[in-house]
Structures are given as C-alpha cells and as structure tokens.
Design a protein around this ligand. Structure first.
Ligand SMILES: C=C1C[C@]23C[C@H]1CC[C@H]2[C@@]12CCC[C@@](C)(C(=O)O1)[C@H]2[C@@H]3C(=O)O
Ligand SMILES: O=C(O)CCC(=O)C(=O)O
Ligand SMILES: [Fe+2]
Length: 354
C-alpha cells in the first residue's frame, strides 16, 4: 500500500511565512500593537441572554451507554470530554511537564528547534497565522513522523531521551484511543468493524501516526484584547486534547449562543470532530469551530493536541448509508484536502461540496 506521511503533505504548502518565530513573551510587559485584536474578534460571550449555554457532554468510556452517548455527542456537538479513557494520568502529566519545560526555555534556545520556512515540525507560530493580520498570544511545537527525537537532540543534547520517550509513548496511546473512538463512531453511523465500505479506511489508519501539537499560551498583560489561537476547525478525522487546569478553549455554537467555554476537567480528555470526519459522516457531525482566548486571571495555559487521520494518499468520501441521503461532498484524498485547507482555510470545506 502506498503511504505518504502527513509531514510530507504539510511541507508541500502554499503558505509563505513572514513570521515563524513567536514573540519572546517573557520579554514584554504590555500588549504590543502587533498582538492587539479588534473587539469583534475578542468578544467573549455571544447572544447569551438569561440562559447559560449547556456545556459539552462528558462521557465515561467505561459506562455501558458510552457508545450511544458518543454518537449523540458527535451529532449534537461535534465535541465531548471523556473520562476512564485508559491513558495513564502519570503519562499525561509527564507530557505536560515536558511541554512546560520546552516553552520555559529562553527564546534563543527554543530557536534551535524552530520550524523551517517550508517545514511542518518544530517550534513556531500556529500554521493558520498567515491568514490573520494580527499575531496570536501563542507558541507551538509540532511533532510528526519521528521528528521529536531530532528536535529534542537540539534542545537537550544530553537528555533528549526523556522528552522523546514521553512524546512517543503518548502518541502511541493517543493512536489506540483514537482508533477505538473511531470504531465506536462508525458503529453509531451504522457501520460494523467488518463493513466493506469502511475496511480500507480503517486499515489505512494503521499506517498513519497522526501528529502531536504542544501549545503554550503565556500569561497575557491584556487578555481581553488578545487572541490565543484564532478560530479554526481541525482538518483531520479526530482531535484528542489535554488542557492544563487553565481556561481558554471555547467553541462556537449556532443559534445565537456564541462562544461556549470548554472547562478543563481533571483527568478528562477533550475529543473533537475534524473536517475529514465531517466529510465521512456526510455532514451529520459538525466540524467544530473553536478558538483559545488568553486566560483572564493571567495564568499560563498549556495544551497537547493529537491529530488523527489516515495517510496522505487515502481517500475520504461520505459513507453512503448515512441518513440514506445523497453525498454532500465529493471524495478527496487527504493530500488534496490539506492542500485546499492550506490555501483557503475554512473555505476549503465549501469547495468540495456537491
Ligand atoms: C496535523 C496537523 C493539524 C494542524 C496542522 C498539522 C500540525 C499542526 C496542527 C495545527 C495546530 C494548531 C491549530 C491548527 C489549525 C494549526 O494551525 O496547526 C492545527 C492544524 C489543523 O488541524 O489543520
Ligand atoms: O489549546 C487548545 O485548547 C486548542 C488547541 C487547538 O485548537 C489545536 O491545537 O488545534
Ligand atoms: Fe484546534
């Protein structure tokens, strides 16, 4: 089977970066003009009214009704939190501690692992940055296809193993949890594990490692005028997110509700549907528009996102049986879709609508 790692697709990008290097956040006391967003972007609550918006559901994966609840949450929210997910708490803490250690390095030290202008991995601003005129109160570190070891060697020549081991271990755990969730979700759409239509995609998932993104949102001098991570949808099938105990993540809800916080829950992981799952479900599951706002109480937020999807050469198309409707999207390869996303951001999904 021909497989191309995701990192190749992300290096084949049409974006030309003017800035890859994040601000040295520790060196500034005031919010610079370059990072000051207009009020329309930073407004915290939407329509609001008297009713507090409901929160994304939390699902105990060991409960007998977990599969049904996961299906409901995908349809209604495109996002949910899971507990009893089987990922050891110690490993999650370890990965968070390593992320913290990385981002707390002096700015010039972090530059040793900076992302190349046409690269996919390493230290830098979010990939979506070139689509916005203002910069984000954020720094990221992307790991794909074994890049962690090379970068760790540059950052900690004598102690690279600790970082690499934790990331590798975590990525493996994420991959198996993601596959488990993927099967539960397929089942909720009426597809058993041995279904012919999905067997190729399921098998191809074995060939892909996905990607890991460490995110840091430092304490911000003027949180109400800045954006941590601008609104976006995730591109692949599923994202599994760990957030430290610091608020900031919000999802956009239609119907006048507006931005709803996704409150950190100790030990839980946040799962969200990405564009490829939206396509696969024939639009039955929404792909979640989300953002991060800097913490109001000036705490430093860290998150670790795992992006799960098939290899670049795989094809994703709407499942025929979903809702017994005509397909709403044409079939795309992962490579083709990421190419569209790199060029058109959220307009990409509209370009493959039938
Ligand atoms: C495998 C992925 C998924 C990426 C690109 C690549 C590595 C980094 C991921 C993120 C992380 C930050 C938000 C996002 C929108 C971004 O700018 O970079 C994500 C993007 C996507 O979901 O499209
Ligand atoms: O930090 C967060 O909670 C969000 C991260 C995110 O959306 C991403 O990495 O795609
Ligand atoms: Fe995201």
């Amino acid at each position: 089977m021909a497989t191309t790692s995701l990192s190749h697709v992300y290096t084949d990008t049409h974006l030309h970066y003017t800035h890859i290097v994040p601000l040295d956040f520790a060196a500034v006391d005031d919010l610079p003009e370059s990072h000051t967003w207009t009020n329309t972007h930073t407004t915290r609550a939407g329509g609001g009214g008297l009713h507090l918006p409901a929160a994304v559901p939390t699902i105990n994966l060991r409960s007998p009704s977990a599969a049904a609840l996961v299906g409901d949450a995908c349809r209604e929210w495109g996002m949910f939190q899971v507990t009893n997910h089987g990922v050891p708490a110690g490993l999650v803490e370890d990965v968070e501690a390593h992320a913290r250690r990385l981002f707390e390095l002096p700015a010039e030290q972090k530059l040793k692992a900076v992302r190349a202008p046409n690269g996919a991995t390493g230290y830098g601003v979010a990939r979506i940055s070139p689509f916005f005129t203002k910069l984000m109160w954020h720094e990221g570190f992307t790991i794909m296809a074994g890049s962690a070891v090379e970068h760790a060697k540059l950052l900690w020549p004598l102690h690279y193993h600790e970082f690499w081991d934790a990331m590798d271990n975590y990525q493996k755990k994420m991959k198996s949890l993601a596959y488990k969730l993927f099967l539960i979700i397929l089942k909720s759409l009426g597809y058993d594990e041995d279904n012919q239509e999905t067997s190729l995609l399921s098998a191809s998932l074995n060939q892909s490692e996905g990607a890991l993104q460490l995110n840091s949102y430092p304490s911000c001098p003027n949180p109400s005028r800045a954006i941590g991570l601008a609104p976006h949808t995730d591109s692949l099938l599923l994202t599994i997110l760990h957030q430290n105990d610091t608020n900031g993540l919000q999802i956009f809800r239609e119907g006048g509700v507006g931005w709803v916080p996704v409150t950190p829950l100790k030990g839980a992981l946040v799962i969200n549907v990405g564009d490829l799952m939206h396509i696969l479900s024939n639009g039955c599951f929404p792909t979640v528009y989300h953002r991060v706002v800097p913490n109001e109480t000036r705490r430093h937020r860290f998150s670790v996102a795992y992006f799960y999807g098939p290899p670049a050469d795989s094809t994703v198309a709407p499942l025929v049986a979903v809702g017994r409707q005509f397909p709403r999207f044409r079939a795309v390869t992962v490579r083709e879709y990421i190419g569209l996303k790199n060029k058109h951001l959220e307009k990409a999904i509209g370009l493959i609508k039938i």
